[in-house]
Design a protein around this ligand. Structure first.
Ligand code: GDP
Length: 429
């Protein structure tokens, strides 16, 4: 069984913890899109790890971690992460594999990212300014430089010269010398070579051998370049299609999809968010849930669970079951709301509109459910949850159309309910 785990909301759903829980049952973990803008936080025996690029499977001895062609790699960020892991006593050794087809984030992509956000002014996207968008632009513009290109050849020299020249046309106040970029790239290539391979081929061999593959998404469906709330999205396909293209893996090799959703929702950056809470409850969710970006420290916008968005994610990704995270953050609230539809221009919508303008005009249709005063924090058995929390979860299952196979009741691995009677329960054993 090869399983994909991906975000069913706007990212930061707590995928890191769920992937970490599943990993012992898999031989390989493969990441298919995004860059070092993702930030997976995992706690192991009280120690905190934040991984941006390398799959969190690296924390498990014997698990191979693959970075697919759909990921964009900043070599310096990658090396920083490898060195940081080494300082924590984790040697990536030969367990790390980087696709030879992955595109690189070059030194000037970051500057271009900052510049393009500044030019948008009021219409800014709220990117992490790490050069990820510009690197994907170069990929689609067929100007990109890939891991396999990092050898001393006239072709690479020409590509770097052209790209740096184009950068110097845009950013005129500081000039960049192509030769310095070229030399640096070759040095990066030398260090990266031991980890470089054909990820698609390696996966094919693993699948044929029967080694289980865990496929890991970054960000979330609502941030997908095609299916998210465009233009307030990331530059890659965070949804399931990205797993096939970003790894060179056929759809038949993916046997199940586990979506991850918070028991409420958050988003970082700009863009419409119909259930956003601006008052005291939003503030409380932010503080209790520690909703500050793992990569940037930016406060996240918080709101009630939006079943329209999650239902959409279920459809687009073929999600079989959900992992519901941060249930404990709702502890002690007098009541909890669920958005089951939107109202706009006198009409009722139960599906997500295509354009951000219409979504911004939508008013949520809420159901209000009683809260629970007994904490769910740390509960490990479904039947030990307060009855109101169980009712809330049951209603979420109805409005999203899929079972909640996992309920996370705290940040630690142990603070988890796994419902083995659901379709996805057996993926955890
Ligand atoms: P990801 O990008 O989807 O992996 O999400 P992040 O790692 O950015 O955010 C998840 C944060 O929530 C991390 O700090 C986790 O330790 C924490 N977390 C995950 N599940 C739970 C939970 O059930 N309860 C609480 N309180 N925190 C959780």
């Amino acid at each position: 069984m090869n399983i994909a785990v991906l975000g069913a909301q706007w990212g930061d759903e707590g995928k890191g913890k769920i992937v970490d829980l599943l990993t012992p049952h898999f031989r390989l973990v493969a990441r298919y899109q995004g860059g070092h803008n993702a930030g997976h936080t995992v706690y192991v025996e009280g120690r905190k790890f934040v991984l941006h690029l390398i799959p969190s499977g690296i924390l498990h001895a014997g698990v191979r971690c693959l970075i697919g062609n759909g990921v964009v790699i900043d070599p310096e960020a990658l090396f920083r992460e490898i060195d940081e892991l080494a300082s924590l006593g984790i040697d990536v050794g030969d367990r790390l594999v980087i696709s030879d087809k992955a595109h690189l984030i070059l030194p000037y992509h970051r500057e271009l990212d900052v510049l393009s956000e500044a030019r948008r002014g009021e219409r800014k996207i709220g990117t992490t300014s790490r050069g990820i968008g510009p690197a994907y632009e170069d990929k689609i513009g067929r100007r990109g430089i890939r891991v396999c290109d990092l050898v001393d050849t006239p072709e690479l020299a020409e590509a770097v010269r052209e790209n740096v020249h184009a950068r110097n046309q845009i950013i005129r106040d500081t000039r960049m010398e192509w030769q310095a970029v070229y030399d640096q790239l070759l040095a990066h290539g030398d260090r990266m070579r031991r980890w470089t391979a054909d990820v698609s081929l390696l996966l094919d061999e693993a699948v044929r051998r029967g080694d289980r593959v865990l496929i890991e998404g970054a960000q979330g469906t609502m941030l997908d370049i095609d299916h998210g709330t465009y233009p307030y999205v990331t530059s890659s396909n965070a949804s399931i299609g990205g797993a096939c293209t970003g790894l060179g893996l056929p759809p038949q090799a993916i046997h199940g999809v586990l979506g991850v959703a918070k028991a409420y929702l958050t988003r970082v950056g700009e863009g419409p968010l119909p259930t956003e809470l601006h008052g005291a409850i939003g503030e409380r969710l932010r503080e209790t849930g520690q909703e500050y970006g793992a990569s940037t420290g930016r406060p996240r916008r918080c709101g009630w669970f939006d079943a329209v968005a999650v239902r959409y994610a279920v459809r687009v990704n073929g999600i079989n079951a959900l992992a519901l995270t941060k249930m404990d953050v709702l502890d002690g609230l007098p009541s909890v709301d669920i958005c089951t539809g939107y109202r706009v221009d006198g009409r009722t919508l139960d599906a997500l509109p295509a354009d951000a303008r219409t979504l911004a005009a939508c008013t949520p249709i809420y159901e209000t459910w009683p809260g629970w005063s007994t904490p769910t924090r740390g509960v490990t058995r479904f039947e030990d949850l307060p009855v109101e929390a169980r009712r809330y979860i049951a209603r979420l299952e109805e409005v999203t159309g899929v079972p909640m196979a996992v309920i996370s009741t705290g940040s630690d691995r142990a603070e988890t309910i796994i419902r083995r009677d659901t379709i996805a329960g057996r993926w955890f054993s």
